[in-house]
Design a protein around this ligand. Structure first.
Ligand code: FAD
Length: 399
């Protein structure tokens, strides 16, 4: 077992579960990941295996049919899964955010209705804030829900970049609503949209046009979502009351950031493993390249980054599990893990020489996947903004 990314203080149950996931990754994901990714094929058999293991309900409480595990356990499982293939962790990430939001902010009816089926993977969640015109600046969203005289709502607008937008049958979507309050943030509402999985008109007035063709992160579908007079009711507002959507989404994104950090850790560890293995096989100038000090130092730098990102990610997860706000730690973990992941993947690519550029070598896939982590759940610069502002609050000068 790898000496890197060991976590102190885990219970026996956590250790067992993570071991199980690691074995699943080694046996069921790594051997097929690159081929499926090159074909941009949805990993249905892997998803079925994860359903059986209860991965879709990992953090859903036992009373709703899940395993009731902590964010830390979840993040450590994600780290293992991403080590096998980042796209597979993408399949569970938005599902997990939506389940978390329903659990934290939903009405009891919404919890009873959605969570047991989300725990089994029968209902699968997508999370939708971004639009063609905005991602970082959430306050600029234009998709709007208007309440009619009959008490129902009509939604119009266009959403962008929905991970699992096609395969999900539940979308938590952030829209503008006019609550009469003088605050852009309190005029936003999260609606729970039930739809069929697939493409085309998947519910009345809800169209998923098709998959966005991406440079990496293939296999998992990323889509647009078009609302054209979609009719819905108060019962589909998360928590039952309009005007709370922005805060609900930000809460979801906070746990999502720990998850993206965990993905960065997993991808970085795989890149290290590939690099350290290749370096002991390839010979130049009469010796293994690992025996050239430049390569050895590169591996050492990679391992330090793999380890540091893991520690930061675990700290952020534990903070949230303790019930404390973790925006600072989650921002730091996401920023550090995604930047380090990018650097470690680049270093491993360099160790592979020309072969790193060949589709036959796994590092080529990782090289196309890593940049997504710099963007999703808030870009690196947005994390720096959050970290900086939060610290200036904490270190405010007393005048
Ligand atoms: C593969 C993929 C999957 C995704 N999945 C989802 C999903 O499931 N759900 C969802 O809602 N969204 C999703 N997104 C969208 C993602 O969250 C956004 O792309 C991201 O938030 C950045 O928004 P943007 O693309 O509009 O870039 P912009 O906000 O236009 O930013 C462009 C550049 O400007 C910088 N910038 C912007 N504002 C500032 C500022 N104030 N200070 C400094 N720099 C700034 C950014 O850092 C970036 O470098 C996904 C994106 C991708 C690529």
């Amino acid at each position: 077992m790898s000496r890197l990314q060991q976590t102190d203080g885990l219970t026996e149950e956590q250790t067992e579960l993570i071991k199980l996931v690691r074995e699943f990754v080694d046996e069921q994901i790594i051997p097929v990941a690159t081929e499926l990714e090159h074909k941009d094929e949805y990993p249905q058999a892997i998803v079925d295996g994860m359903k059986e293991m209860g991965i879709f309900g990992l953090m859903i409480p036992e009373e709703y049919g899940g395993l009731g595990e902590s964010l830390l356990t979840y993040a450590l499982c994600v780290e293992e899964i991403a080590r096998g293939w980042m796209s597979v962790s993408g399949i569970i990430n938005t599902h997990f955010i939506v389940a978390y939001m329903v659990l934290q902010h939903g009405t009891e009816e919404q919890k009873q209705h959605y969570l047991p089926k989300m725990a089994t993977g029968e209902i699968r969640g997508a999370f939708s804030m971004s639009e063609p015109g905005c991602g970082s600046d959430v306050s600029a969203i234009k998709t709007k829900a208007v309440k009619g005289d009959d008490g129902g709502w009509t939604i119009n607008g266009q959403k962008m970049w929905l991970t699992n937008g096609g395969s999900a049958n539940l979308v938590a979507v952030l829209v503008k609503t006019d609550t009469g309050v003088d605050s852009v943030y309190r005029n936003m509402t999260t609606f729970l949209i039930d739809k069929e999985s697939g493409f085309g008109e998947t519910a009345q007035g809800v169209t998923v046009p098709g998959k966005i063709d991406k440079m990496g992160y293939k296999g998992v579908d990323t889509t647009e979502l078009v609302f054209d007079g979609h009719r819905t009711t108060d019962a589909q507002i998360l928590g039952g009351e309009p005007g709370k959507g922005f805060y609900q989404m930000m809460d979801g994104v906070e746990v999502g950031r720990v998850n993206v950090a965990a993905r960065g850790c997993g991808v970085a560890r795989r890149a290290f493993e590939l690099g350290v293995s290749y370096a002991q096989q390839r010979e130049t100038f009469g010796k293994k390249i690992v025996d050239h000090q430049a390569v050895l130092f590169r591996l050492a730098d990679m391992a330090v980054k793999v380890e540091a990102a893991h520690e930061m990610m675990v700290k952020a997860a534990r903070k949230k599990d303790s019930g404390e706000r973790n925006d600072l730690e989650a921002g730091m973990a996401k920023y550090l893990a995604s930047e380090y992941c990018s650097q470690v993947v680049e270093d491993s690519f360099r160790i592979h020489g020309g072969y790193g550029y060949s589709k036959e070598y796994e590092i080529e896939r990782l090289y196309r996947e890593a940049p997504m982590l710099l963007i999703g759940e808030g870009t690196a610069d947005i994390q720096r903004m959050i970290i900086g502002r939060r610290l200036v609050e904490d270190y405010k000068l007393k005048s």
